[in-house]
Design a protein. Structure first.
Length: 279
C-alpha cells in the first residue's frame, strides 16, 4: 500500500522546525570560527549602549502608561482596574518588543556591516559557495540599506499597534500577542539578516529578497521566530547576533540548493575563492 504524502500543515511544521534548527546551527559556528565570531560582538555592544537609554525609559514608565490606560477603561479603583493595568502593561511591552528587536537588529547590522559580511563569507566558504560580491558601490549600498531599514521599521509600527490591541484581550491576549510578535518579528528579522547572503546570490533589493524568502515561508518563519526568542534573552540580541548572521547565511545556502558559480552582475570575491580552494 502506497504511503500518503504528508499534508500541507505537516510539511509546513517540518519546514518551520528545520528553520528553527538553522538558528542552532548558526550558534555552532562559534566552534569553527571563534575569533571571527567574537569580532561580531562589537557592533552589538555599541548598539546596546545606544539603545540602553530607550530601554530604561520604557522600563521605568510602563507602569505609568498602563495605569493611565486602566484609568481610561475603568473609572473606579479596585480589582478590575488593577487587572486592566496588568493587561495594559503586558500589551505595551509586547508592542514595544516587536519594534525594539527589529530596530536593534537593523542598527547593529548597519554598524557592523564589515564584520558581519566577513562572517557571511566564511560560512559560505565552509558550505562550498564560491561567493560573489554585489556590483554596487559602498556608499550606494549603505544608503539603500538604511532606506530599506527605515521602510521596514515603519512597517513594524502598525503591527505593533495590532499586538497592543491583541494584548488587551483578557487571558488569551498576552500569549497570542507573544506568538504573533515572534512570528511577525521573526519575518522582519529574517529580511534583515539574509540581506547580505542573498545579495551575494544576485538578490539585492528588498523586493527581490522578499520574493525569494516567500518561496520558503515556513522555514524562514521558523528561523526568524527562533532568533526573535533568543533576542529576548537579556543581552541576547547583542550576544546572539553573530550566530544569527551565520544562521541566516546557512538558511540562504539551504534554500538556494547546491553551490553554484557567481551570479551574473556580481563581482567574484577572490579571498573567499582562495579559502575554498586551499587544501
Amino acid at each position: 500500500m502506497a504511503t500518503r504524502p504528508p499534508s500541507g500543515a505537516i510539511r509546513s511544521a517540518r519546514e518551520a522546525m528545520l528553520g528553527a534548527t538553522t538558528a542552532w546551527r548558526g550558534l555552532r559556528t562559534w566552534g569553527t570560527s571563534p575569533a571571527l565570531m567574537a569580532w561580531g560582538l562589537l557592533p552589538g555592544a555599541i548598539t546596546t549602549v545606544i539603545f540602553g537609554a530607550s530601554v530604561f525609559v520604557v522600563a521605568t514608565r510602563v507602569a505609568d502608561w498602563s495605569r493611565a490606560i486602566a484609568g481610561l477603561v475603568v473609572s473606579e479603583d479596585g480589582w478590575a482596574q488593577s487587572a486592566v493595568q496588568i493587561i495594559a502593561g503586558l500589551a505595551v511591552v509586547a508592542a514595544t518588543v516587536l519594534v525594539a528587536v527589529y530596530a536593534f537588529t537593523a542598527v547593529t547590522l548597519t554598524i557592523g556591516q564589515p564584520f558581519f559580511e566577513r562572517i557571511g563569507r566564511a560560512v559560505d566558504a565552509q558550505q562550498g559557495f564560491t561567493g560573489a560580491e554585489p556590483d554596487e558601490q559602498w556608499a550606494r549600498a549603505l544608503l539603500r540599506s538604511v532606506s530599506e531599514g527605515v521602510r521596514l521599521a515603519l512597517l513594524t509600527l502598525p503591527f505593533a499597534v495590532g499586538l497592543f490591541l491583541i494584548g488587551l484581550v483578557p487571558v488569551v491576549g498576552g500569549p497570542v500577542a507573544f506568538i504573533a510578535g515572534a512570528t511577525i518579528g521573526g519575518w522582519f528579522l529574517a529580511l534583515e539578516l539574509t540581506a547580505y547572503p542573498l545579495a551575494r546570490r544576485g538578490h539585492v533589493s528588498l523586493a527581490q529578497r522578499r520574493s525569494v524568502l516567500r518561496r520558503h515561508r515556513a522555514r524562514v518563519g521558523g528561523f526568524g521566530a527562533a532568533v526573535f526568542v533568543l533576542f529576548l534573552v537579556p543581552l541576547g540580541a547583542a550576544l546572539f547576533m553573530p550566530a544569527a548572521v551565520a544562521g541566516a547565511t546557512l538558511l540562504v545556502n539551504d534554500a538556494s540548493g547546491p553551490s553554484r558559480p557567481a551570479t551574473a552582475g556580481a563581482t567574484p570575491d577572490p579571498t573567499v575563492r582562495q579559502s575554498v580552494e586551499e587544501p
